[in-house]
Design a binder for this molecule. Structure first.
Ligand code: SF4
Ligand SMILES: [Zn+2]
Ligand SMILES: [Zn+2]
Ligand SMILES: [Zn+2]
Ligand SMILES: [Zn+2]
Length: 751
């Protein structure tokens, strides 16, 4: 803001709206002209490519003035060279010329003098001008107040309080209201929202909407994108946005699906922000209403609602609202609660008798409803959903004693639910997976964010929601440098790790770099593309599902019977698990890798046996091929490291130990583990080691006697390593050939 602007007073006639809107405006937004800070992610933006220009680029990388100049210059091809030479836009803030007499601060008119000095010179019969000026032009003129024009250094002359230069300009502009004109001049040639033509309180309402958008940091709102709207609004003949319905505004402004989308959205948001102020936000204000605007109770989404209006019996509506509030507060997804409300609405609509009160609700109604549902929802799963909602409401109402007048006989029983057909295996056939994983097919995934997400899901079995929300710094490495993906298991509300191979890690690292280059301080690995100027909001799974469908169509993916396939992201999770099981990865490890929840008992069992196995691994003495003992893995990664080594062992089919390499597709030395520096083994494998030692020694003896020296030599290395391994695993240990926790130095000698 220029210094001059700060001196300006608010425009006269600024009545408040009666809801204290003016008081909510920060100083920057309270001005009738809101200046744009180019660095603001919402109202600012990239600069004009002319280096001396400070305006925002709005058309082909240029401000509109420089774009016009480029056209006038014959659209030169070498735009960089043209831009480097292009002058800045004309500004109005140059100091007007002043009278040549030293010490005089009045506007220059004739003979390089101000009016008064010129008049005096004429009266003195026009002596030699240069000498007269040099002599100071006689006694100084009386000092006057400064010109009101922002940053003007001259003295005011006349009633308007302006210097002659600026007064002439004001007169040429048809003497507009002074404050407004001054403000316009002070900000001329800068990016600004000019709200001066708007009546109050509409001016405050629009300013408040701009301020809200800036605070939300979601929707880019540059002045040029709503300029037409701001010009058209005074013509409506009303003074507040609330004087017309959104539909009436839309009709008045001539918006349609093709025209004015950005402006219409801005107007609807502005009305929404205003109504939030007028009607209040938070549970206190929203709960009593029959339509809840979710944004007012802290959920994302601009217009998303929960509607209870279809539940005619007042007591049932109140009960449902109470239940919905409780469910939302415990973290149940909005979509789930919305489905519940719809189910109760349907139920209520079928039984007008419910209006008589909770006593009218009978078990018979539940049975009639069951019959309705069979008609209405042939799909057993949808029917189950409807029943689950009704049962949930009844259960909560009893549990919390919300409605004592409900008869205890009314309930939904286990037998009421439809029998679900046995689920078909949900893993995808390998013929389909092979097509999906082909690089040329992956390359056809249009959006690189979606493509990477698809790869991550196929490689790690993550839930699509967890994958889409990966944070930017989602790769961690263990002591050996092997990469792991760190993610939040949103369902279980905990942080988890899954080992990834190096190709996957490289692709993710490249994406991280691209995001760091694109955003100042990005928070997520895969930011959504729209309404996300700062890269803080994650990719939407709905968008991804749409992209996935399109990709399958484009690649024409077919199953083994040449039928087009339908693939859901969750199927990749099952495929991942199935592949591991087929690779003979222990079930406990698979469950852990998937960070899976199952039935309480199974989960309990899994946790138990998993813990047992891990404990064994942790306590086991681990040695490399030189027989050196390895430090224990500790910290949050320990479990993931164990899973990775276990997984690698299954993948590589190592009969005698673990591979600590980063996960990889395959190892080129697959059967050379006993000479490999990353091989790790435990006392569990002592019988195998002893057996192999015997075989190796026999082989060496045979090779020696046959004169096969190279073969003998190679096997001597293996023999040496085996001896070291066995020694490392048994020294200071009972060496019973089974895993043991006996690692203290003073333990009994090997038996
Ligand atoms: S040779 Fe080394 S890298 Fe290859 S599987 Fe064996 S331990 Fe792993
Ligand atoms: Zn420019
Ligand atoms: Zn003068
Ligand atoms: Zn002036
Ligand atoms: Zn599953």
């Amino acid at each position: 803001m220029t210094n001059g602007l700060r001196h300006l007073q608010p425009l006269p006639g600024d009545a408040d709206t009666g809801v204290g809107l003016a008081a909510r405006l920060r100083p920057r937004f309270a001005q009738p002209i809101i200046l744009v800070d180019p660095d603001d992610p919402v109202i600012g933006g990239p600069a004009c490519l002319v280096p001396v220009c400070t305006r925002l680029a709005v058309i082909f990388g240029k401000c509109s003035a420089h774009h016009q100049r480029w056209i006038d210059d014959g659209r030169p091809d070498d735009i960089e060279t043209w831009a480097a030479a292009a002058p800045a836009n004309r500004r109005w803030l140059q100091q007007p010329a002043k009278c040549t007499i030293d010490g005089c601060r009045r506007s220059r008119r004739e003979h390089r003098l101000c009016h008064s000095h010129a008049h005096r010179w004429h009266q003195q019969n026009r002596p030699d001008l240069a000498a007269w000026i040099a002599a100071g032009g006689g006694p100084p003129l009386p000092a006057r107040a400064g010109c009101r024009f922002p940053d003007c250094g001259l003295e005011a002359e006349g009633e308007a309080g302006l210097c002659v230069h600026h007064r002439n300009r004001w007169v040429r502009a048809d003497r507009p209201p002074m404050q407004s004109w001054l403000l316009g001049c002070a900000t001329f040639g800068q990016d600004r929202f000019d709200l001066r033509p708007l009546p109050t309180p509409m001016r405050h309402e629009i300013a408040y909407a701009i301020q809200c958008r800036v605070d939300e940091r979601r929707t880019i709102t540059r002045p040029h994108s709503i300029r037409r709207l701001l010009r058209a609004m005074p013509g409506a003949g009303v003074t507040s946005l609330l004087d017309r319905s959104p539909e009436a505004w839309t009709a008045f402004l001539g918006f349609s699906t093709e025209r004015g989308h950005i402006e219409r959205r801005f107007l609807l948001d502005a009305i929404g922000y205003l109504r939030d102020v007028v009607e209040g936000v938070g549970w206190e204000a929203e709960f009593p209403r029959d339509v809840w605007l979710l944004r007012r109770i802290g959920f994302p989404g601009r217009d998303a609602q929960l509607r209870f209006t279809g539940i005619a019996p007042v007591w049932l509506r109140e009960l449902t609202k109470r239940w919905a509030r409780w469910r939302l507060s415990t973290g149940i997804a909005v979509a789930t609660v919305a489905a519940d409300v719809r189910a109760i609405t349907l139920f209520a609509a079928s039984f007008p008798a419910l209006r008589r009160g909770p006593e009218a609700f009978t078990r018979q109604m539940v049975e009639v409803h069951l019959a309705h549902l069979v008609d209405r929802f042939p799909n057993a799963k949808s029917r189950t959903g409807q029943l689950t909602s009704l049962a949930g409401l009844l259960r909560a109402a009893r549990q919390h004693r919300w409605q004592p007048r409900l008869s205890p006989d009314v309930d939904v029983f286990a037998e009421d639910y439809p029998r679900l057909p046995a689920a078909a295996p949900r893993a995808l056939p390998e013929t389909v997976m092979a097509q999906l994983e082909r690089p040329d097919n992956l390359a056809r995934f249009a959006d690189p964010h979606g493509r990477l997400l698809a790869r991550i899901l196929m490689n790690t079995g993550l839930r699509v929601g967890d994958g889409a929300k990966l944070r930017l710094d989602c790769i961690v490495r263990d002591g050996q440098g092997a990469p792991y993906l760190r993610y939040t298991n949103h369902k279980m509300r905990r942080e988890a790790f899954v080992p990834i191979d190096t190709a996957m890690a490289e692709a993710i690292t490249a994406q991280q770099q691209a995001m760091i280059d694109e955003y100042d301080d990005p928070a997520v690995l895969l930011p959504r593309r729209t309404r996300n100027p700062e890269g803080k909001v994650a990719f939407s799974t709905a968008t991804f599902r749409g992209q996935l469908r399109e990709w399958l169509r484009v690649c024409d993916i077919r199953d083994e019977h040449a039928r087009p396939v339908r693939v859901t992201p969750h199927q990749w999770r099952h495929t991942f698990g199935t592949r591991l099981i087929n690779n003979e990865v222990p079930q406990e490890t698979v469950r852990r890798l998937l960070d899976h929840t199952s039935h309480a008992m199974t989960a309990h069992y899994a946790r138990l046996s998993d813990a047992t196995i891990r404990q064994q691994w942790e306590q086991a003495r681990k040695v490399n091929i030189a027989g050196e003992q390895l430090p224990a893995d500790t910290g949050p990664l320990a479990e993931a490291i164990w899973m990775k080594n276990n997984l690698a062992r299954a993948k590589m089919a190592l009969p005698n130990g673990y591979c600590t390499l980063p996960l990889q597709q395959k190892c080129e030395f697959a059967n050379a583990c006993l000479t490999c520096p990353v091989f790790v083994t435990t006392a569990d494998f002592l019988p195998q080691h002893r057996g192999q030692l015997e075989q190796t020694q026999a082989l060496i003896a045979r090779a020696d006697s046959n004169g096969q020296h190279r073969l003998a030599e190679m096997n001597r290395t293996v023999e040496k390593n085996l001896l070291a391994i066995i020694d490392g695993l048994t020294t200071g240990c009972c060496g019973g050939g089974k895993s043991c926790a006996c690692t203290t130095a003073g333990a009994p000698d090997a038996g």
